[in-house]
Design a binder for this molecule. Structure first.
Ligand code: FES
Length: 202
């Protein structure tokens, strides 16, 4: 289960930079007059991207003003969805799926590695400031379970050793490769099977 906490340390001001202002205005033009508040989720996402992957309260206030809606409504949306971070996260943000298919394939062993090598507590940034982790619900890649999302990429078919290697590479500033760690292409069957007939008693 994911834990969501609003950061105690908050910047006083937030506003979209020039580039995001342009994106925001484009998004808003997709909605009919009077329905601009529907852009709230997209705006929160842009704010998160601009602010190192988390949304400060000042950004929620800014968005509320921008979309002419009550601040509490923006706050409700931001606190409801796990995709929004309300406190700083590591430069590498691990979202470990622990829903049933991943759980059955060893997701909690991955959680144990995160606790051992990143930080004992969920959502706490590692001492070197590089990594934080949290549990999330199904990320829609169950067929390649267990898996996790690191920043924008999916890392699939993991086990403890592979995850340890990924973390070590990050700590040593080495490149990490997304995708299947069993060498599968997308969600192709293991061992290059192409039909169920390839397996006896399938
Ligand atoms: S259960 Fe983990 S991706 Fe669906």
């Amino acid at each position: 289960m994911s834990v969501k906490k609003v950061s105690k340390v908050q910047p006083e001001k937030f506003e979209f930079n020039e580039q995001n202002l342009e994106v925001a205005n484009k998004i808003i033009s997709n909605y009919p007059q009077g329905k601009q508040q529907s852009a709230v989720m997209a705006f929160l996402y842009i704010a998160q991207r601009q602010n190192n992957n988390w949304i400060p309260l000042s950004a929620m206030k800014y968005i509320a003003k921008y979309l002419d809606m009550p601040y509490i409504k923006v706050y409700e949306v931001a606190t409801f969805y796990t995709m929004y971070n309300l406190a700083p996260v590591g430069e590498y943000f691990f979202q470990v799926c622990t829903t049933t298919p991943c759980m059955l394939r060893g997701a909690y062993k991955l959680v144990d590695i995160c606790k051992k090598k990143i930080s004992e507590k969920e959502s706490e940034i590692s001492k070197d400031g590089k990594i934080s982790w949290m549990e999330v619900e199904c990320l829609g890649a169950c067929v390649n379970a267990p898996m996790m999302q690191i920043n924008d990429d999916y890392f699939e078919d993991l086990d403890e050793k592979k995850l340890e290697k990924i973390i070590d590479n990050i700590k040593q500033d080495k490149k990490i490769e997304p995708g299947s760690y069993k060498g599968r292409k997308s969600s192709a069957p293991e061992n290059n099977r192409s039909t169920l007939m390839d397996t006896k008693n399938a």
